[in-house]
Structure formats: C-alpha cells, structure tokens
Design a protein around this ligand. Structure first.
Ligand SMILES: Nc1ncnc2c1ncn2[C@@H]1O[C@H](COP(=O)(O)OP(=O)(O)OP(=O)(O)O)[C@@H](O)[C@H]1O
Length: 651
C-alpha cells in the first residue's frame, strides 16, 4: 500500500512532468492482487518451486565447505569426489527447477493479463458511442493492446523476481548459521544502499510512464493519419514537411525518454554491482582475519563468500522488483481507469424485450438533449488534445422540447438546416444517447425499459457514409445475419439493387471491400448497407440519405433499394431528396433543436412558412433546378433529381 501512496506523491518538475493523466489510486495494489485469486493453485506451486530452488542454492556453499574442510584440508579424495558430484547434481536440478518456475510464472502472468484484457474489451464494448466520439482510436487501441502487453511482460518479470524474496531469506538464515558477525555486517549494508535506490526507482518509474504515453501518443497519431481517410486528407491537404517534423519531434521525444531511462536503469545496475563488490571485499577482509585468528575454518569463509554472491544477486533483483512492481501497478491502473468509466447508457436489470414481428410506432415526448461533457464519458488520457477547460464544460442543449409521433409503418422525413439536430434525433431512436429530459418511446415503451438486444434487432440504421469492414462483401453482409444462406444473401442484394454489380465482379460476394469500403463507390456502399439492413429485417429504419449527387443510374438504383428497405417499416429519414420528402407521411422541419413545422409536403407548402421558403429557395437555385422536378412514383422511371442540401443552409 505504501508503494502505491508513494506513486501519488511523485514530484513534478517542469523538465520532468508527470504524465498528466494516469493517477495511481489508493487501493490499486489490492485490486491488482485480486487478479491472483483464480490462479492461487499455480501461485502456490510457484512458491514451492521457488523454495526448492533456494534450498538448492544454499546447499551448494555447504557442500563446498564440506569439500574444502573435510576433503581437501583432510586429504580425503572420496569426500572431494562425492561433494563435487553432489554439487553438479544440484546444479542440474536447480537449472530444471528454474525452467519449471519460468513456465509457471508465464502461465500466471499470461492468465492474469488474459483476464484483464477480456474484461477491458468487454467493458469498452459497452461504453456509449459518446466515449468513442471523443476518444482517439489509436490511443485507445494502445491502452487495450500495447500497454497490456507491456504490463504482462513486466508482470512475468515481477513474478520471477519474487523468487528472490525466498532466496534472500534462506541465504541470510544460512549466513547467520555460518557467522553471525558477517551476517550483521551484510544486514547493515543493505539498508544503507537501498535508500538512494528509492530515488533511482522513482526516476525510472516516472520515465516509464512518460515513455508509455509517448509511444501510445505516436501510435494514435499514426493510426489517425495512416487510415484511408486520414491518408487521403493528408495527400490532398497535407504539408509533408510539417507532418514529418511532427513525427520526428514525437519520435525524438521517445528517443530522449528512452535514453534517459536507459541511463537511470544502468545507474541502478552500477549501484548494485558496486555494493556487491564493496561488501564482498569487506567480508573477505573480516572473514580472512577471523580465519587467521582461528575463529572459523577456510571452508566456512569460502562458503560465506559464495553465499554473499548468492545474496547480492537476489537483492539486485529485489531492487529491480520495485521498478517492476511500480510499472505493473501503473500499467494496471491505466486499464482500471478505463474499467472505472461507468457506461452512461445501461440496460435495466428488469428490462423487457420489444415484441418481435410487430412494427412499433416511434414517439418523442418533450425530449430535450445535450451531448455529454468530456468528463461524463471519457478519459482525458485518451483524448490527447482535450483542453483542460473543456473537461466539465456543459454543452448547450441540442434538442429542445421535441415532440412528435411516427405511426407504425409510416415514413417520417426530417428536414432542416445543417446542425439543426436531425442526426441527434435519429441517435436517440437507436439509443446511442439517452435524452436529458422527456421520453422516447418505441411501441409505447420507454427506450430505457427495453433490452439492448431487442432494441438492436428492432432498429436498423443506414448512415450517409456507410461503414464497411475491411473484409469480403459476404462477411460484411453476414455481420447483420450470420446464419443467412447464399440465397438469402443474393435476395438481399437484389432488393438493394446491388446484385448486378456483385455478379459482374470476378470474385462476386468474396470481393474484398477495402479499408472502410474505400474500394466501393458512394452509391454502391450505400446499397450494400441497405442489403445489410434487409438481412437484418428491422421493424424501424433510421436512414440518412446521401447528400452527394449520384449518377442517374446509381440514383435510381439507390431509390429503388430504399423503396424496398422502407416498405412496411416505421422509418425516420433525414431526407435530402424531393421524392422521399413527397412520399413522407409527415415531414418534420427541424430548426435550432426544435420542431418548427410539421405536415405533408403539400400542407407545408400551403402554409407558406419556413419549409415553403426553404423549398423555393432551393429550387430557385439554377444548379439544383431540375427541368423535371415532378418525380414520378413509378420507380423504374426515376430520373436524377434535385438534392435538397439541407434546405439551402449548406452541409
Ligand atoms: N458528439 C457530439 N458532441 C457534441 N456536440 C455534437 C455532437 N454531435 C453533434 N453535435 C452538435 O449538435 C448539433 C446538432 O447536430 P446534428 O448532427 O444533429 O445536426 P444535423 O441537423 O444532423 O446536421 P447535418 O444536416 O449537418 O448533419 C450541432 O450543433 C453539432 O455541432
């Protein structure tokens, strides 16, 4: 416990700042130890092997004493051969036991890291989307992966070093047995040496954390810049010289900390070696005098000298243990930080499942919402650029008193300026966020009363920039329904108007989509996303129509696909296309987080309000002024049509 408290007190200096985030909390050590519980049997076996190893180590000097005093000095070859043989046998046995203890410590270390990793992954998976919107992906991956590997390595090293404790105790006991004077001298020297070592240990610990942070930070930056979108932005807008300079600066920082860590580590080693040499010289001086005075025999001095080598070796390891233990505790505490983040959105223990096969209605009742603050959803250490003042800054309300009712099986179109809150409304329907006030209901149930599983099954989402995994088309589709047969996959592709494309590809469904689907066009990706939706068969569809102009063929295909996707479902569509808006059972005009107007296309036009104004502004725009604004209902005749770019407000 002391150790943990000491970490908290690590001094900060301008040139050697603490990492600004990781705090090792009181109780962390106890928490780390709790992970040992399932591995108690292996730990006991490990201790037993450690004791056996120590006994072998201390038996060797006794054999040497016997060999010298009763063999060489008394000229007895039999004793010499027997003792030498026994020493060799013990050496082989000791080597075998060291291998066994290495295996067991590996099993314990890996086992504990496995438990922690699985727990952390499960927890992060449950965190709300707000966490992921704030977190730098690479840094999160670093925390869950690289840092855990480091923790595991240090942890296994720590277990190995733990055998030193047993060794030191046994060696000291034998020293006392052989000569209490020499034992006392050794005992006095150890604390004198360990005091300066504590300072060295702290310096090493500070640098280890900074190194971990710097490595994770660079990893995060690389992940961001080297994914397809990042690489594209960088190629189009990037300033290679400046970017390279940034990489160099970060890599240079890592080099600087690494060199400093290496120097401090070497200093620790030198201190230990010096201590061992000085102590050995001292003991030989005192012991030699005692042999000359006839206080003990030559064999005893050699045994003591041998033992001392065995004592300072484990002490060196023990001192390294402090650094290792600190690093392990810090590494664990970085994962604990994540585990301690309470998911803002949780399933109630008594949550009920939404009825299957029944298409529910969607109702918003006086809903207000603001996006959560940084402190509510994420960790500063995972957002490398988060400003201190932003942490608890309350964000403004994005939705204010929003009420509407989307009848089961109908189409509701959301229109309005960019930033009005349309996407936010759709996020609340799939419970990516909970409202701060009011209620969102599906089929008459408050969303917060429903099980996650039934909600996931009921609501299907197609976003503007449909995300595809870097995998085959088949795997991307099966993600929605792993049990789907080949026929069902092809049927869904047909419904989504993507079948012809797939048939034309040499590898068909086994074509790889590329990172984030970058090898598919915008329209193709959206149709694949629709196929995925059709396989999922949700009763509610949340859709963000593409704003980008598609060519006439893609346009018509997407619209046909949508027609299939929305049929018989309750749909909430962020609409950009006139045909969708005209077909909607109700249009909600969202502005400034409120529902300003509602009604059908004709009703709203007749009202002559905001919708009418925006509609006319849009179509007064020559670029968007299609010669045939009247879209025929017969989908086969669909022509490219005006895209309502957020009703004239841009975006
Ligand atoms: N994760 C977030 N955290 C904080 N604020 C957000 C977040 N997402 C959106 N906002 C803010 O909420 C407001 C509403 O955004 P929303 O995405 O709902 O608008 P929208 O009407 O869908 O706009 P667009 O048509 O441009 O997509 C905006 O001011 C936006 O900046």
């Amino acid at each position: 416990m002391d150790m943990v408290l000491r970490f908290e007190g690590v001094d900060k200096s301008p040139d050697d700042p603490d990492p600004w985030v990781t705090k090792v909390r009181k109780g962390t050590l106890r928490r780390v130890l709790a992970y040992f519980r399932p591995h108690v049997g292996k730990v006991a076996l490990f201790c037993l092997v450690a004791v056996l190893e120590s006994l072998i180590v201390v038996a060797t000097p006794l054999l040497l004493k016997e060999l010298i005093d009763n063999g060489i000095v008394k000229n007895d070859l039999g004793v010499v051969i027997l003792m030498a043989g026994l020493t060799a046998v013990l050496a082989v046995l000791g080597a075998g036991l060291t291998m066994v203890s290495g295996y067991i410590s590996g099993r314990i270390g890996e086992g504990i890291t496995y438990d922690l990793r699985v727990q952390a992954l499960g927890h992060v998976r449950r965190l709300p989307i707000a966490f992921f919107t704030r977190t730098q992906t690479g840094v999160l991956v670093g925390r869950l992966h690289t840092e855990l590997i480091m923790a595991q390595q240090h942890f296994t090293g720590l277990l190995m070093a733990a055998t030193s404790v047993v060794m030191v105790v046994v060696v000291l006991a034998e020293l006392i047995y052989l000569s209490w004077i020499v034992a006392i001298v050794s005992l006095v020297l150890i604390p004198i040496f360990l005091v300066p070592w504590i300072r060295v240990g702290r310096a090493i610990q500070r640098r280890s954390i900074r190194l971990m942070d710097a490595n994770t930070g660079l990893g995060g930056l690389l992940q961001e810049r080297f994914n397809v979108q990042g690489a594209m932005l960088s190629k189009l807008f990037g300033r290679p010289a400046e970017e390279m300079a940034e990489y160099e600066e970060r890599a240079g920082e890592i080099r600087k900390i690494g060199v400093s860590l290496s120097v401090w580590g070497r200093m620790a080693f030198v201190m230990m070696a010096l201590m061992a040499s000085l102590a050995t010289a001292l003991v030989y001086g005192i012991g030699g005098g005692l042999v000359l005075a006839g206080a003990f025999e030559l064999g005893t001095l050699v045994a003591i000298a041998t033992l001392l080598q065995r004592l300072f070796g484990p002490i060196t390891q023990l001192s390294g243990m402090q650094e290792l233990a600190q690093t392990v505790v810090v590494s664990f505490s970085r994962v604990f930080e994540l585990l301690d983040l309470k998911p803002l959105i949780q399933e109630r223990p008594d949550a009920i499942a939404l009825k299957k096969k029944v298409v529910p209605d969607v109702e918003f009742e006086h809903v207000s919402f603001r996006y959560p603050t940084a402190d509510e959803v994420s960790l500063a250490s995972l957002e490398h650029l988060r400003a201190e003042r932003e942490r608890s800054e309350v964000t403004p309300d994005v939705l204010r008193d929003v009420s509407f009712h989307a009848q089961a099986g109908t189409l509701t179109a959301l229109v309005g300026p960019s930033g009005a809150g349309k996407s936010t409304i759709t996020h609340l329907v799939s419970r990516l966020y909970d409202p701060n006030g009011g209620t969102v209901r599906l089929g008459g149930h408050d969303l917060r009363d429903l099980t996650f599983e039934s909600l996931r099954e009921a609501v299907g989402v197609v976003s503007q920039d449909a995300y595809l995994f870097h995998d085959t088309i088949r795997e991307n589709l099966l993600y929605a329904r792993p049990t789907a047969t080949e026929d069902e996959l092809m049927e869904a592709c047909k419904g989504a108007q993507i079948r012809d494309l797939i048939d034309s590809l040499p590898l068909g469904l086994d074509t790889v989509t590329g990172d984030r689907g970058y090898r598919m066009s915008g329209g193709e990706k959206q149709r694949l996303a629709i196929a995925r939706l059709l396989l999922k068969e949700p009763s509610i569809v949340v859709l963000d129509e593409a704003t980008a102009h598609l060519d006439s063929e893609s346009e018509a295909a997407v619209q046909r696909a949508l027609k299939t996707a929305l049929h018989g479902r309750t749909s909430l569509v962020i609409a950009h296309r006139l045909s969708t808006i005209r077909e909607a059972d109700q249009i909600l005009v969202i502005d400034g987080g409120r529902v300003r107007e509602r009604g059908t296309h004709d009703e709203l036009l007749a009202q002559g309000g905001l919708y009418a104004e925006l509609y006319h502004t849009q179509f007064a725009n020559p670029a968007a002024n299609d010669p045939k604004p009247e879209i025929e209902d017969e989908l086969d005749d669909i022509e490219p049509e005006p895209v309502i770019q957020h009703m004239g407000y841009g975006g």
